[in-house]
Design a protein around this ligand. Sequence first.
Ligand SMILES: [Zn+2]
Length: 257
Amino acid sequence: MSNLSLAYIFKQQQLLVDDQFQLPRVESIASDLRLQTGDQVIARDLTEQDEIPAGYQLVPIRQLLQLWNVKEFEQASRAIQLLEWRRNHKFCSHCGHKTEVHATEYAMVCPACQYHQYPRVNPCVITVITRGKDEILLAQNARAYRPMYGLIAGFVEVGETLEDAVRRETEEEVGLKIKNIQYLASQPWPFPSNLMIAFKAEYESGELCLQEEEISDAAFFKFDQLPEIPFKGSIAHAMIMHVIHGTTTADDTKEWL
Ligand SMILES: [Zn+2]
């Protein structure tokens, strides 16, 4: 049985697991992506023709966030991001030639011009903003499918520091100036390949003025009168708990906070 590999088998953002949400063990094939973990662990895309084996199901990986521990989720998150990177770099972005998989590194290599394409993460800042001792700014995303209030977040632009991005996103999305920006923690977020970098900051000045394409509602909420907030397992949840209850956002315990 030792030649079987633990397998992350995806169909888009869904992962194949058994009815106990455990991963299958399969015989590895040449096209599998090998995860560098020391154990035999592979990642693979389920094709349209492949059938779902009896006793198995496809589960959205967002749902597994709430069922698995941090370490399990992080490995699944790595697997899905590496597969997506490989799928999207079949050709050289410099000369257009078909690429090859590097033998030992995570790199897609062009045999014609030797250009190497490596997996990339997109840095994204997320900020919890407080006002006074007992108010927190929460905002509703205009594209959200649930009436949930989250934090101000956005991608870091070329040439910006993380703090610049925090200030710019806050001004753009809700029109406020903030101060005392402090780093809290980070979380890889595979939707599709982001690194969420968490900050806290304090309200400095300005009136709420919403960027309508991004934010449908935003307000300062009293700590004891919160609306529906992001689910446990998301960094936003840990950040909100941190400012309200003083809990840690550090991930050294590898427990969801
Ligand atoms: Zn090339």
